[in-house]
Design a protein around this ligand. Structure first.
Ligand code: PMP
Length: 383
């Protein structure tokens, strides 16, 4: 199988597995116990948090370890809006956010919050003037993703943060897709709350990070999981040394030489796109131009004429790619992101997404082009 679906998930890097294993077997202490085994585990966690903090450009004290980006988004948005001292009742987000933001916001809408969902242009960008106009004295939080998981649009996040701060509100950004694909410095970008996920950057599933405050401004969160009071009361539950060591190893790998990593992903992505363009007529690219700095490295999203993405996928079992949103293929609705950039329902159904990853090779890309071109010809002929 040629795996070209790295926006959906990535394989665990062998170095990550190697780093985490001792913390599951010989050094299994509870990091909250005060005996030697516990202290050893707590020290491993502290070292890992320092590594992650350095890689992301934030103080270690701002990191909250979660079960993934979904939980990090919930803690950021619910935690801000439902804090006992929160008086504001307005939330701003964008139409192309992941459901792990949109559904949280809409749930808060049912609890009486006023919601503004900003539209995007055909490349997936919000209008910054419209954002500025939408913020008012009642805006508790703005949530705009750093990079889109379907069409790869990278937001001008530093400019967005400035607009939010100039108007006295805070910014959350879902940065799940960024690690390993672009340089990230949270403090420099000045985003207040940022979500990440280990399994999108060659770490294990089930671990994520919320950066809660970047050192420039105070954020107040109401915990969403209460109990033993771990992580400064922000997220109770025994911390998992193996997962946190794994996350640190993954984040470190994803932020080392990231521009080189991104360049390599883009070369492979471009050869996939131009190879397919040569073989199949009428492909339409979605999202920013491939050579634009606004496009996430390794991301490709386009529609094919005549056939549905699902049929193409079913006819090409040797290649893993996805249709529609595809991070959670649980509904057969066309992607809300493609609808938001103006695609018709049928064009959205003809769309597919590829995500090139670190382990892909030029040979795999050539083989994938052959397989995809053949299956496309077969499915279109059978129509
Ligand atoms: N946000 C984005 C942009 C994503 O791509 C994903 C994963 N599909 C998530 C959030 C959810 O991440 P997790 O699986 O870690 O909960």
């Amino acid at each position: 199988m040629i795996y070209l679906d790295h926006h959906s998930t990535t394989p665990c890097d062998p170095l990550v597995v190697q780093a985490m294993l001792p913390w599951l077997t010989e050094s299994f202490g509870n990091p909250h116990s005060s005996h030697a085994a516990g202290r050893e585990a707590a020290e491993a966690i502290n070292r890992s948090l320092d590594t992650i903090a350095t890689c992301l450009g934030v103080p270690a004290s701002s990191l909250v370890i979660t079960s993934g980006a979904t939980e990090a988004n919930n803690l950021a948005i619910r935690g801000t809006c439902l804090h006992p001292r929160q008086k504001r009742r307005h939330i701003i987000t964008a139409a192309t956010e992941h459901p792990a933001v949109l559904d949280v916001v809409s749930d808060l809408g049912k609890q009486g919050f006023r919601i503004s969902v900003l539209p995007v242009d055909s490349l997936g960008h919000i209008d910054l003037n419209q954002l500025a106009d939408s913020i008012d004295d009642d805006t508790a939080i703005v949530s705009i993703m750093w990079a889109n998981n379907e069409i790869g649009t990278v937001a001008p996040i530093k400019a967005i943060a400035k607009i939010c701060h100039d108007q006295g509100t805070i910014l959350h950004s879902d940065a799940t897709q960024t690690l390993g694909r672009m340089p990230i410095n949270v403090q420099d970008s000045d985003v207040d709350l940022v979500s990440f996920s280990a399994h999108k950057c060659y770490g294990p599933k089930g671990t994520g990070i919320l950066v809660a405050g970047n050192g420039n401004r105070r954020v107040r969160l109401r915990p969403q999981i209460v109990g033993g009071g771990q992580q400064n009361q922000l997220r109770s539950g025994t911390m998992a040394p193996a997962s946190i060591v794994a996350m640190a190893t993954a984040v470190s790998g994803a932020t080392t030489d990231v521009s080189d990593q991104a360049g390599r992903l883009n070369q492979l992505r471009d050869s996939l796109w131009f190879g397919l363009l040569d073989q199949i007529d009428g492909l339409t690219l979605h999202g920013p131009a491939l050579d634009s700095a606004d496009r996430l490295a390794g991301n490709l999203n386009f529609s094919v004429p005549l056939i549905e993405g699902e049929a193409w996928m079913a006819a090409t079992p040797e290649v893993a790619f996805s249709t529609g949103s595809a991070c959670s293929d649980v509904s057969d609705k066309p992607s809300h992101v493609l609808s938001a950039i103006g695609l018709s329902e049928s064009a959205a159904r003809q769309s597919v997404r590829f995500g090139i990853g670190r382990t892909n090779t030029p040979d795999e890309i050539q083989r994938a082009i052959e397989l995809l071109a053949k299956s496309h010809a077969r499915v279109s002929a059978a129509r």
